[in-house]
Design a protein around this ligand. Structure first.
Ligand code: SF4
Ligand code: SF4
Length: 472
């Protein structure tokens, strides 16, 4: 039995290298009772089918075959061919549903809900095939999954102050007024406002959130209100605040390893804190930015490995809301693609996963790494700013004004508490962010099957707002 499972697993791994790929066989494994093999088949199908893997950011049903593909790598054009036609992946999945034992249908529908880019096509196909009941069940599975993945949330910058001065950071050149702190009673009021409006999850960011004088009290308040939280930090956290964070049981802590810390004595405090979090069972993500195509990924991988961290999130720099931080020229994107590829290889050797924390043009990555990032969710999840009516990444500053996210230069004039809820607040900037999402990054996007529907947005949307950032 064990040998059968091993042979099947090898077969699935080999399947992703075959041309044409045996999609039907992978669908059989996906519908099978063996959970491990089904998961492996799911990842293989994501890797092979960018259109099924990458979420749509807007609705677009123009035929994939109508696109020219000039300047777009062949593998992208080939992987997207036939989408929406009979015999595509969604067709095979729907046919499989029709042949399944009824007792297994619900479980299979839940698996299908994980195909972020195929949800709409699967729903339409089920209805077209005369299965409205199954289509309804599928829609409910999708909605339940999305509720788990993206519960109501806001992020808060209790201060934009940070002890470090990284020139690529969004807080570079930030207004004085935003460096001031939220008064503690106002912070409590904000948390209460959020809780009453269905927010379940709070993100703390900055500046450096742990420099906020009331940080420990805020963590206690979060617990009292039954909220969950995650946070980003530069890792230079004093001991008493470390213990407060650990006791408050964060969902995860993203530790940003900056050049300023790496090249100074502060690395000792950073390392100590990373280990302390790990010992206490906190899920730690190591965050790094590449600011030059000549950067060396090795120290990040070494650090993650030595500190017992299993996930690195990486970004290439983007312009900040004040446009004073450095960002990369578009002509160097392929060089950064190779750098990311090197990072993935080095990290894989140490069993560390790499995710993108900002989008990156899929066409500027070597094919194997592009498929790696497509399958691990990086390309969909690195910019979820449009989710929940454009409120998913909403960030509230110390003066209670807010933006769609940390990177975009779109800020409300009003205190967020003047709105009925986060979705109503997000309406202030929804139209503007929508227009950024639809603005192609590169000249070749117009002929690329990943552009319609916004499956690939190429880079953080703040590029769209920077003069001269688009290559045409
Ligand atoms: S536009 Fe997207 S990628 Fe850029 S900062 Fe906002 S959420 Fe992140
Ligand atoms: S949409 Fe644009 S950036 Fe993305 S893969 Fe296609 S051509 Fe490249």
């Amino acid at each position: 039995m064990m040998m059968d499972a091993l042979a099947a697993s090898m077969k699935i791994r080999k399947a992703v290298e075959l041309n044409p790929a045996p999609t039907g066989e992978l669908v059989d494994f996906l519908s099978g009772a063996d959970e491990a093999l089904a998961n492996e088949a799911f990842r293989a199908l994501l890797r092979l089918n960018p259109l099924a893997a990458l979420q749509e950011r807007w609705t677009n049903d123009s035929p994939v075959t109508g696109l020219r593909g000039e300047g777009v790598p062949d593998w992208i054009m080939e992987s997207c061919g036939g989408w929406g036609e009979d015999g595509d992946l969604t067709d095979l999945l729907v046919a499989k549903l029709g042949r399944m034992d009824q007792s297994r249908v619900n479980g299979f529908l839940e698996r299908l809900a994980g195909f972020d880019g195929a949800k709409r096509e699967l729903y339409k196909r089920l209805r077209r095939k005369g299965r409205p009941g199954l289509a309804g069940k599928f829609a409910r599975a999708v909605s339940a999954r999305s509720g788990r993945q993206y519960p109501g949330q806001i992020s808060i910058s209790p201060t934009m102050f940070c002890q470090l001065h990284c020139e690529y950071c969004v807080s570079a050149g930030i207004d004085e007024e935003l460096s001031s702190e939220i008064p503690l009673d106002t912070m409590f009021d904000l948390l209460g406002w959020a809780r009453e409006r269905g927010v379940r999850r709070i993100g703390f960011t900055g500046g450096e959130p742990t420099t906020y004088s009331g940080f420990t009290s805020v963590l206690e308040k979060i617990g009292e209100l039954g909220l969950e939280f995650f946070m980003a930090t530069n890792g230079l956290i004093p001991a008493e605040k470390m213990e407060a964070i650990i006791n408050a049981r964060p969902l995860c802590v993203t530790m940003h390893l900056t050049p300023e810390v790496m090249e100074s004595g502060s690395i000792r405090a950073f390392t100590h804190n990373a280990r302390r979090f790990r010992e206490a069972g906190v899920y730690v993500i190591l965050r790094c930015n590449f600011t030059s195509a000549d950067d060396d990924p090795a120290p990040f991988v070494r650090f993650a490995h030595e500190a017992g961290i299993h996930e690195i999130r990486v970004a290439v720099p983007v312009p900040n809301e004040n446009r004073v931080n450095t960002f990369i020229p578009q002509g160097s994107l392929s060089d950064f693609g190779l750098l990311l590829s090197g990072l993935v290889d080095m990290a894989a050797a140490k069993r560390v996963a790499v995710m993108l924390s900002k989008p990156f043009p899929i066409c500027k990555l070597p094919e194997d790494k592009a498929r790696y990032f497509i399958a691990n969710g990086s390309m969909s999840n690195s910019c979820p700013v449009h989710l929940a009516g454009f409120s998913n990444n909403l960030i509230v500053y110390s003066d209670l004004t807010f933006s769609p996210c940390l990177g975009l230069n779109v800020r409300s004039e009003k205190d967020i508490r003047q709105f009925r809820g986060t979705r109503q607040a997000a309406r202030v900037f929804k139209g503007r962010v929508k227009s950024f999402i639809r603005k192609p990054l590169l000249a070749e996007c117009g002929g690329c099957p990943l552009y319609p529907g916004g499956r690939c947005i190429g880079a953080c949307l703040s590029y769209r707002d920077a003069p001269g950032a688009k290559v045409s």
